[in-house]
Design a protein around this ligand. Sequence first.
Ligand code: ADP
Length: 499
Amino acid sequence: MAQISTPPGIELSTATHTFLDQPQQLFIDGTWTNAASGETFDTINPATGELLARVPLADASDVDQAVAAARAALAGKWGQINGEQRAQQLWRIADLLDANVDHLAEIETLDNGKPFRVSRYDVIFAARHFRYYAGWAGKLEGSTVPVSIPNQFVYTRREPMGVVGLIIPWNFPLLMAAWKLAPALAAGNTTILKPAEQTPLSALRLGVLLQEAGLPDGVVNIVTGPGLPTGAAITEHMDVDKVAFTGSTAIGRKVMAAAANSNLKRISLELGGKSPNVIFADADITNAAKGAAWAVFSTAGQECVAGSRLFVERAVYDQVLDGLTLQAERIRVGNGFDKVHVGPIITETQLDRVMSYIESGKASGAQVVSGGERLGDELANGYFLRPTIFAHEDDSLDIVREEIFGPVVAVTPFDDWDELVSRANTTEYGLAAGVWTRDVAKAHRFAHAVQAGTVWINGYGLFDAAAPFGGYKQSGFGREMGKEALELYTQVKTVWVGV
Ligand code: ADP
C-alpha cells in the first residue's frame, strides 16, 4: 500500500489505497495507457508535501490519439443515440458519483488539500450537475422560422459542436470537470478532458466510473500533463472543434491566440477575478462580516470569485473590520482530514506568490489587521497560510488590483454611491460581486450597476447547476451552468426546405 500520511485517527478507505497503489495512466479510446514518451510528473499532497502519485505526462502525440478517438466516437454509436439515451448515461454517471462520494472526496482532499467535508460537497454537486444536464439531453429543440420567401419551410437544429477539449484548473478539480463534461455530453459531443497538473487524480478516478457507466469508448478521453505541452496540444489542435477553458486570464489569452492561430475553434473562457464585496451601513453587520470572511477565506481564497476587495460604508468600517478579524481568527486552517475550515495553498510556488503579495502590501503601506504569515509546527511541511486582512485607502496597490488567489482581503471604506460604483468597477475583471444591505432597492441598484457576471445579495459564493455563471470583461466569456451552458456545446444549423 502507498504510504500516505493522514492525521492521527484518520484511515483512508481501501478503495483509495488501491487507487493510489496502481500505476496512473491516460484514458484514451476506452483504454488505460502510458504516455507515448513514457514520461511522468509528480502530484503532491499540499497538506504534507508528500508524493501522492506519478502521473503520465501526455504530449502532442497522446493528444492526437485522444482527438482521433473522440472523432471516431462522434462518428460511431454515440453520434447515433438519442437524447433520452444520453440522459440515461448521465444519470448512471451521477449515480456512480453518489455511490463513491467518500472515496472520491478522499482523493480530492489528498490531491487538492480542501477539507474533506468540502470535497464531499464537490462530489455531490458534480452528481447534481450530471442529473441537471441529463434533463436537457432530450430537450435541445430547434425552431421553425417564418421567412419572407414564399414556398420555403425553414427550421433550425441544435447540433453538437463535435470534438471538445475541456481544460480544468486545480481549485475544483472534479466539480469543474462536471461543469464542462455534463453539458458537453448532454449535447452529444465527444471530449478530451485535461485536469490541472496539480490535481489530476480525481479526473482519472472519474474515468473508471465513466467506463462503469457504460459510456462508449472515446466519448471521454482523459489526458494528464501541464499547460505545455499537454494543454497547448489541445488548444492548437486542428481537429478540436471547441475548447472550454477555466483558469487564469493570462492563460486564457494564450488559449484564444491558439484558437485564432489554428482552426478558429470555438472557445469559452472562465478566467480570473478581483471581485468587489460591499457592506452598506444598514446591513446586518454581524452576518455581513461573517459572509465577507467566508467570501474570501473559504478555499483559502483559491477561487476565481473570491470577494477579495471589500468595500465598507465608513460609518460601520471599524465595526466590520473588528467582526471580520474575529471571524478570520476563528478560522481553523490545517490538514483537510482534520476538523478544519480551510486547507492549504495548492503548491509551494503558489504560497510563495501569495506571500510576495503580502510583502508588497506591507511595503506599500497597507495595514495588516490580521494574519500575514505561514503556519509552522506540525503544518510546516504543507503550504498553509493564515487568513490575512489588509486595511487600505489606495486602490492602486497591487494587492487591490491583482488577483492573488490566496486568503488575502483588502478592506477599504467608501463614502458615497458614485464613488463606490466607480471604484468597484475599476478593475479589468468582472466575474462576481456581493452586496450586503437591508435596503432591497439599493441592493438591486448595485446589482445592476456593477460590471460582473454574478451578483450575490446578502450572501456570497452560491452556485447551482441551473444558475448561469461566467465573466464580464477580462473574466472571460460564455456562461457555464443553466441552459446557457448548452449554447457553449451546440451550434445551430438552419435548414431550408422547398415546399
Ligand atoms: P491556475 O492559475 O488555476 O493555475 P492556469 O491558467 O495556469 O490557472 O491553468 C489552468 C489550466 O490551464 C490547467 O489545466 C493548466 O494545465 C492549463 N494550461 C496552462 N497553460 C496552458 C496553455 N498554454 N495552453 C493550454 N492550457 C494551459
